[in-house]
Design a protein around this ligand. Structure first.
Ligand SMILES: Nc1ncnc2c1ncn2[C@@H]1O[C@H](COP(=O)(O)OP(=O)(O)OP(=O)(O)O)[C@@H](O)[C@H]1O
Length: 652
């Protein structure tokens, strides 16, 4: 069972349907403001931002009038009034600047809180019902990491920014229209025609930008993901000498980034031609229109400046779409990507969709039949830990039936080995028991709870071929996943340092399973022959403790464990986790494939001695002697569906 990282597929086109974008915007944007816990505070903050935004318009109107009087005093050579206006102007600046600064600060702070809320919500849904796993294997969603991190940030920043800009523009428009209309009505009408025409033209010229921005986000993410894969698989690539083909693949991705960006540049250049002409033309337009009134002595000189300023205000309000078109196009692309992601995540995260499979369009679609997965409390009497009744298992796309009508039971003290040629469905059977796959029919009953990160459950544990190494200390590796939430509350150099003196005392530990003491952790390492790790000085600079006391050692040492431990060592560490947790039943997928026979025997004996019942998947002949029963899967010759036959044998 191997993870393959994020999908690299991208869609050819973005959704430019305005009604879809609008409904996605509402669906994404509204939950924060109506949230029972955080909504109240958010609404108050928003009210503050709105008030300050209105304040900024008030300040602008004030300066419009101050400017008029200032230039009138200047043209009339009235030195005393000029000095007065200068002082008033300076006073206005002192009062006005804080309004602008606080508006910006509060708005950014609100965007940050909103981002925090949205990211937490999406992340929770992403992990609910193993959505992160289902999305990867069965949907077209590309780069979920980028959507959760950067897309959410851009969404909240831009949504709030645009809302305030629109509000500001509305109030501005009303205030300055009054001023301009009172100066010269024809100027006001000409301006409206000019700006509405400009908006329509820029929408026409920039219409391709939404799709191009959508593609840009996806291509950038694909390129970055390619680089991440090289980092994650550095050693394998180096062994294969695959540098050249990796570079070629990266260049292909870079090529797509550059090509799309090139198209984007051309479209924005064409739009820029128009918007720049539009901007430059209006600089003298109001003065040109009002000048005859001044020459005829109907208005004062300061009114020219005032009308020019009012004209510019109104024009930028009405021309919002012209000036912001590129940003709007980028925002639509973000709404599209995020909305699509949230819809797919929702469809998996909702309990009704938990057992659904994903269709090729990325949306969940219910397949005709499902395997029933039933969890029951442990059966002390019968000793049954796992039972499969008439289980027929299919691949998620329903194209292959892997195992048909399988019935078997695993009771306390049993040890079952699943064998069969590669591709017959051994790992898939474990996937079905773990609840990752459910296409097919029949019933799987698990007696006892699978391990949970809060320390509850832990009657059943699944161990993959390549154990997952968390980012953290050696202690955190050993405690994963049973006590993992407890670990995240501590930094290795402080709390774990304390706990190493008194065992478990410093942990606020509320789980049902007691947290193993340091000596138990060290004993588990000894049993799997990894106690040398306690002595080994970690090579990475990241191991230095933050209090400057030098690198942490022993259980608190930090390293890139997945990078420095051999696969065999990682597999031994996974056995140390079993020995610490002592689950009733453990299901292992080629969990000793990288070990020598001697170590393999020692590990199997140690978990059997600990009273753990186990089911293993494996190819190695040496495994049979540690098991009491063998489930043998054999491909059925000439079967169109490439299905497998099965039989259970006792080991002599
Ligand atoms: N997501 C998937 N969608 C469709 N088919 C899949 C998927 N994942 C695996 N398969 C197919 O299901 C079959 C069974 O895979 P599985 O990993 O269970 O085999 P296995 O018996 O454990 O093989 P091995 O011994 O090589 O590990 C394989 O043919 C595999 O290609």
């Amino acid at each position: 069972m191997h993870g393959s990282g994020a999908s690299t597929s991208t869609r050819e086109g973005a959704s430019t349907d305005l009604s879809v974008i609008w409904s996605r915007l509402l669906k994404l944007g509204t939950p924060y403001w109506s949230d029972p816990e955080e909504g109240g505070r958010a609404r108050w903050q928003l009210a503050g931002v709105v008030a300050l935004t209105l304040g900024t318009t008030g300040v602008s109107v004030l300066f419009n009038f101050l400017g008029r009087d200032f230039f009138n005093a200047l043209s009339e050579k009235d030195a005393e009034r000029f000095t007065q206006m200068l002082i008033k102007w300076l006073g206005g600046v002192v009062l006005g600047v804080p309004v602008f600064v606080f508006r910006d600060y509060l708005q950014s702070k609100l965007a940050l809180d909103w981002r925090d809320y949205m990211t937490r919500r999406l992340t929770e849904e992403y992990f609910q019902n193993r959505t992160f796993y289902q999305i990867q294997s069965g949907s077209h969603i590309d780069n979920p990491d980028q959507r959760i991190s950067s897309d959410v940030r851009q969404f909240t920043d831009t949504a709030l920014g645009f809302s305030m800009t629109i509000l500001n523009a509305g109030v501005d428009l009303i205030s300055f229209s009054g001023i301009l209309y009172s100066i010269y009505p024809p100027l006001f009408v000409a301006l409206l025609i000019y700006s509405l025409g400009g908006t329509a033209t820029s929408v026409f010229l920039g219409r391709k930008l939404v799709g191009l921005n959508f593609q840009q986000e996806a291509q950038e993410a694909n390129f970055r993901f390619g680089l991440v894969r090289v980092r994650e698989n550095a050693e394998s690539i180096a062994f294969y000498g695959g540098e050249e083909s990796e570079a070629k693949l990266l260049f292909q991705r870079l090529g797509k980034v550059v090509a799309n960006y090139g198209d984007l540049l051309v479209t924005s250049r064409n739009l820029s031609f128009f918007t720049s002409f539009y901007r430059f033309l209006i600089q003298i337009l109001p003065a040109a229109v009002v000048a005859p009134l001044f020459f005829r002595g109907e208005i004062e000189f300061g009114v020219i400046n005032q009308s020019s300023s009012a004209f510019n205000h109104i024009l930028s309000d009405v021309s919002l779409v012209v000036y912001q078109f590129e940003a709007l196009a980028g925002f639509s692309a973000i709404i599209d990507r995020l909305g699509e992601f949230s819809e797919v995540v929702d469809s998996f995260a909702s309990p009704s969709a938990a057992n659904d499979q994903i269709g090729s369009n990325g949306a969940a679609s219910t397949t005709s039949s499902q395997i029933d997965l039933v969890d029951l409390p442990s059966q002390a009497k019968s000793g049954t830990l796992l039972s499969l009744e008439h289980v027929t298992l299919q691949t998620p796309n329903g194209l292959r039936t892997l195992v048909q009508d399988l019935t078997l039971q695993v009771a306390k003290g049993d040890s079952l080995l699943i064998v069969g040629p590669s591709g017959t469905g051994k790992t898939s059977l474990l996937r079905a028991i773990a609840g990752l796959w459910s296409s097919g029919s029949g019933t799987i009953t698990r007696y006892g709870k699978a391990v949970a990160a809060d320390g509850t459950g832990g009657d059943i544990l699944f161990v993959p071929q390549r154990p997952y190494m968390v980012l953290g200390t050696l202690r955190e590796q050993l405690l994963y996943p049973t006590w993992s939430t407890i670990n995240t509350q501590h930094t290795p150099s402080t709390s774990f340092g304390e706990s190493s003196q008194n065992g478990t005392a410093s942990h606020q530990h509320t789980s049902l399973r007691p947290l193993p003491s340091d000596s138990e952790l060290e004993e588990a390492l000894k049993q799997v022959r990894l106690d040398a790790l306690l002595e080994r000085s970690p090579p990475s600079a990241a191991t230095s403790s933050s209090n400057g006391a030098g690198p942490a050692t022993g259980l608190d040492s930090m390293a890139d464990w997945a990078g420095i431990l051999s696969l065999g060592e990682q597999q031994r560490l996974a056995f140390a986790r079993i020995l610490l947790l002592k689950p009733s039943l453990v299901l292992m997928d080629e969990a000793t494939s990288a070990l020598d026979v001697d170590n393999e025997e020692r590990l199997y004996r140690s978990i059997a001695d600990a009273g753990v019942t186990f089911v293993s998947v494996g190819h190695r002949p040496t495994l049979a002697e540690f098991h009491s029963k063998v489930l043998r899967l054999t491909p059925v010759a000439d079967s169109a569906e490439q299905t497998t036959a099965w039989e259970v044998q006792s080991v002599a």
